[in-house]
Design a protein around this ligand. Sequence first.
Ligand code: ATP
Ligand code: LTN
Length: 335
Amino acid sequence: MTSAKKTMLSAIQPSNRLTIGNYLGALKNWVKLQHDYDCIFFSVNLHAITVRQDPAELKEQTYRAIATYLAAGINADEATLFIQSQVPEHAELAWVLNCFTYMGELGRMTQYKDKSAKQGQNIPAGLFSYPTLMAADILLYRTHLVPVGEDQKQHIELTRDIAIRMNNLFGKDLFQIPEVYIPPVGARIMSLQAPTSKMSKSDTDVNASVYLNDTDDQIRKKVKRAVTDSGTEIAYDEEKPGVRNLLNIQSALTGKPIPELVAAYAGKQYGHLKVDTAELVVEAVGPIRNRTDELMKDHGYLEKILAKGAERARTRARTQLKILYDRIGLVNPNG
Ligand code: ATP
Ligand code: LTN
């Protein structure tokens, strides 16, 4: 389907159940911005296998991710929704981009440095070339805007560098150069157990993250056990990363500015901040969890949306690949 609107595209790895970090950094903004753009959202299972996954869980989480997008408010009639492995053009373009990306560029990626450090001796090559697959995801659809959390900014800058390089070589209009959208609040939600590290869905400590399918009780327990800081005053302070994180979560959920929240806690204790934060998270997560569970029971409905999305995506992706192949001298599938 063609549209006069600009294209917005984003994706999440189905490497575990999604967290409130994924929600506040990414998904919530997709929902907020969706009507102004022609939207493409998918579940990046090819990215997820850059670290070992259990096959049955990977499949379940891949569908759960799509169900969660819908439950959070993505409109299935308007957006193009699919699973990355259903559109083989992503892997195809990634190979070509690998040939125009430098080892030095990939070696500088923070996510690669963090994740490879946890892998021991045998680092999969896919973890290293991960960003070229992400660049392919974005460049296949002439994307204008990519809404993501702060941790992904570096990957989008690399995508722009690769696109500009190839445009210089093969024609200025070859690829659309994408822009990043990072939300003003909620772009970096921290671990509840180690508030100087990012909340991450693949963290082995289940108490570090609130998952979007946690029960209300689990949410309350996790937020109340959140590591806070020495002292008693509720301040938005560099030295108080635990308190800052809870204030950031509240601000991202309610839209209230931090100074307003801090002022309302004058003279109150950390306990008050935790109880209020827990209730706000319960209020936001509860409906998403319940709706996701309902959708997961209706596989037929999900399959229908995904089949339609993948078909639409493939047509668009093939058009872009044809242009690229012609420009760089590769023979197209149909000659
Ligand atoms: P993994 O632990 O498997 O690396 P993750 O939780 O870091 O996963 P991704 O799939 O890498 O999540 O990210 C999906 C989206 O969620 C991206 O846009 C990313 O920027 C955003 N995101 C992830 N974690 C956070 C966080 N803690 N705060 C804000 N946004 C986040
Ligand atoms: N690398 C991203 C997930 C991702 C993505 C994308 C995000 C893969 N392809 C395309 C935006 C656009 C991450 O969050 N780890």
